[in-house]
Write a protein that binds this ligand. Structure first.
Ligand code: NAD
Ligand code: TYD
Length: 344
């Protein structure tokens, strides 16, 4: 079996490649990644000498590059993780989100049609459903919840989902989609909340909490997401969407305080700052379909997963140190400059 994993030098794609090589010794995995600021070859360093692994650097929105890739690799399966993935960056500069997430997915789908594949899997997000009220803990996203995206990021992911479903309906392309809640774990780029807070707390820097910190996310340990995609690839029904999430809802401020406690740091590091425009209030997944149809359940609870994650960052300082260079500093400055501290 030959699998192309796009975006495999990023957080979830990288974890997925590690997971697949460990669990399927006879699968060949080719990572296709443009190595943007979010792609990091050091994430793939532990498997770089594995004979079943290869890396091709290229852009999913570049049709010639993608068609050459398919001609050379002749994949059976394509799993599309490649994306611009950070909401705050999409607010600062939406254009690249349309190019990569929408056009890029379209080019991959065309290549799948042209060269033929057994499965195209689109890695999507629960953010395509918009948000839920914080005071209605009885409400969850199901696969039939209407798409109602809030940010340029989630709108671009929703557009990609619609394209994938259209290629199934119109051309019978064998597709599946997963819509997962927020992931955390090793190799997570420190612009996202959990690794950003770990990194800054470790260095006794202020922790910028947007708004009043009451927004809720449904956190899933990244390996549980990899297992869900594995199951969907092997047992999932073509044309179907599967929601992936593990009932691990936490408010942002709870998560930040838990990180501080684990690191033995003081809550005075917390700084409430101006809110994210259009900030989604709550995400919460109903995973009944993937649980009953495919037998998936998450294995790692939040307390265990966050402890493992913090310890990973403490043990792998080189990985983060190489990222926190000029570009990262420029982004941090731009995103946080107009967010003066709000005293609570
Ligand atoms: P990430 O930003 O860490 O990694 C994205 C990867 O895609 C990087 O390696 C980057 O170099 C690559 N890439 C970007 N543009 C590319 C292009 N034009 N061509 C080829 N490669 C390109 O993202 P992530 O957090 O690992 O997310 C992976 C996927 O999972 C995304 O599609 C995202 O929407 C989805 N998702 C993420 C989460 C989450 O919590 N992080 C939750 C649900 C779904
Ligand atoms: P993030 O990790 O960017 O994921 P997403 O927006 O895709 O859910 O943010 C998670 C939550 O943390 C979200 O409610 C925004 C909040 N947040 C902060 O409070 N401060 C920060 O510096 C960041 C990056 C996020």
């Amino acid at each position: 079996m030959k699998v192309i994993v796009t975006g495999g030098a990023g957080f979830i794609g990288g974890n997925f490649i590690h997971y697949m090589l460990e669990n399927y010794k006879d699968y060949e995995i080719c990572c296709f990644d443009f190595l943007t600021y979010a792609g990091n070859v050091e994430t793939l360093a532990p498997i770089k000498d594995n004979k079943n692994f290869s890396l091709v650097v290229g852009d999913i929105a570049d049709r010639d590059a993608v068609y050459s890739l398919f001609e050379e690799q002749k994949p059976d399966v394509v799993v599309n993780f490649a994306a611009e993935s950070h909401v705050d960056r999409s607010i600062l500069d939406p254009g690249i989100f349309l190019r990569t997430n929408v056009i890029g997915t379209g080019v991959l789908l065309d290549a799948c049609r042209k060269y033929g594949i057994d499965r195209f899997h689109q890695v999507s997000t629960d953010e395509v459903y918009g948000d839920l009220p914080i005071d209605r803990p009885d409400l969850f996203f199901t696969e039939t919840t209407p798409l109602h995206a809030s940010s340029p990021y989630s709108a671009s992911k929703a557009s990609a989902d619609l394209l994938v479903q259209a290629y199934y309906r119109t051309y019978n392309l064998p597709v599946t989609l997963s819509r997962c809640s927020n992931n955390y774990g090793p190799y997570h780029f420190p612009e996202k909340m959990i690794p950003l807070m770990i990194q800054r707390a470790k260095n006794n820097q202020s922790l910028p909490v947007y708004g009043d910190g009451s927004n809720v996310r449904d956190w899933l340990y990244v390996k549980d997401h990899c297992e869900a995609i594995d199951l969907i690839l092997h047992k999932g029904k073509v044309g179907e969407v599967y929601n992936v999430g593990g009932h691990n809802e936490r408010s942002n401020i709870e998560v930040v305080k838990q990180i501080l406690r684990h690191l033995g740091k003081d809550e005075s590091l917390i700084e409430y700052v101006a809110d994210r425009p259009g900030h989604d209030r709550r995400y919460a997944i109903d995973p009944t379909k993937i649980t009953t149809e495919l037998g998936w359940t998450p294995k790692t609870g939040f307390d265990e997963g966050i402890a493992q994650t913090i310890n990973w960052y403490l043990d792998n300082e080189d990985w983060t140190d190489h990222i926190l260079s000029g570009d990262y500093q420029r982004y941090y400055e731009e995103n946080y400059k107009n967010r003066a501290q709000i005293n609570k």
